[in-house]
Design a protein. Structure first.
Length: 319
């Protein structure tokens, strides 16, 4: 009888222990979920096509197109780089509203001396889900911008973060003062510029202008016209259906250009060394410069570097 009583007591203690442990785990999980919840959130029912304007003072912006008929906007607070909802927002103004059919989300740091008490380490980010047919105007003073799976023209600007855009049907314009830029699957024209990062692009169908003041350019599967410039990096580009013109230049790196072999080009190539195979060519060529017409001439192709070599390559287009 005494052994049965002792066993019962052990079972009761174990049951109590695991009950308390599960309670603590649930409480901890609840606290984590609460700490990571948005500081502001709104949903808007919209039609087949909508416009979203979003801006913030220093936080990142993320917009993803979904199969939905509503726009969901979440404002997320970050303190010292960590997501939190337990934060003093006295010196912030956060508004999420609909104005004349446009969804407008803004997070602004108010002009105040209160930031001296520590509020300046808070950043407000926006995470947005919208219908696929949405045009975005996104501006942040220091965070990254990510836009994916949208139809319509897209505009984005940041003063110091990276930018990434993918799966867009429409034209895009992107500018950053100090981060890298990445594009993929853009069915339209693209104009992108950065003051201090690299640019990578793959599959742009209607022309690309890419400029950076201090990084490399890696641009492939480009159709339409191409303008690629950098002040201090290498350039590697490949075109599958060039139209109108190709202009590539750098002040301090090598240049590689690959184009379809069947088209005609008016070549203007210069660098410390120029490498290519001249086919059906009329013009002048030397170690550091080639100027003339290939295959009877046609698309202007200018590639220049002040501190490296230029390589022109050809590929046979699939029939």
């Amino acid at each position: 009888m005494q052994r049965q009583s002792q066993n019962s007591m052990r079972k009761l203690k174990l049951y109590t222990f695991f009950t308390v442990l599960l309670g603590l785990l649930f409480l901890d999980y609840s606290n984590i979920a609460l700490a990571q919840s948005p500081v502001a959130s709104q949903e808007f029912m919209v039609g087949d096509k909508t416009e979203v304007e979003v801006s913030t003072s220093g936080g990142r912006i993320k917009v993803i197109g979904k199969n939905t008929n509503k726009v969901t906007v979440n404002a997320i607070a970050y303190v010292n780089g960590r997501r939190s909802s337990n934060v003093d927002l006295d010196n912030w103004s956060i508004t999420i509203e609909e104005i004349q059919g446009r969804i407008v989300a803004k997070a602004e740091r108010e002009t105040s001396y209160r930031w001296l008490r520590g509020g300046n380490n808070v950043r407000i980010a926006f995470e947005i889900e919208s219908p696929v047919n949405t045009e975005i105007n996104a501006i942040t003073s220091g965070g990254s911008i990510y836009i994916e799976n949208l139809v319509g023209n897209q505009y984005a600007r940041t003063s110091g973060g990276s930018m990434e855009v993918g799966d867009i049907q429409g034209n895009i314009e992107m500018h950053t003062s100090g981060g890298s830029i990445r594009l993929e699957n853009i069915d339209g024209q693209a104009e992108v510029a950065t003051s201090g990062g690299s640019i990578r692009a793959k599959k742009v169908t209607q022309g690309l202008k890419a400029r950076t003041s201090g990084g490399s350019l890696n641009l492939h599967e480009i159709s339409g016209s191409l303008e690629a410039r950098t002040s201090g990096g290498s350039i590697d580009v490949g075109l599958i259906n060039p139209i109108e013109y190709i202009e590539v230049s750098t002040s301090g790196g090598n240049v590689t250009v690959e184009v379809p072999e069947s088209l005609g080009y008016d070549l203007d190539l210069s660098g410390s060394r120029v490498r290519t195979e001249l086919r059906n060519f009329t013009g002048s060529s030397s170690r550091d410069a080639i100027r003339g017409a290939m295959n009877g001439g046609g698309i202007p192709l200018k590639a220049r570097t002040s501190g490296g070599s230029v390589s022109l390559k050809y590929y046979k287009a699939a029939s």
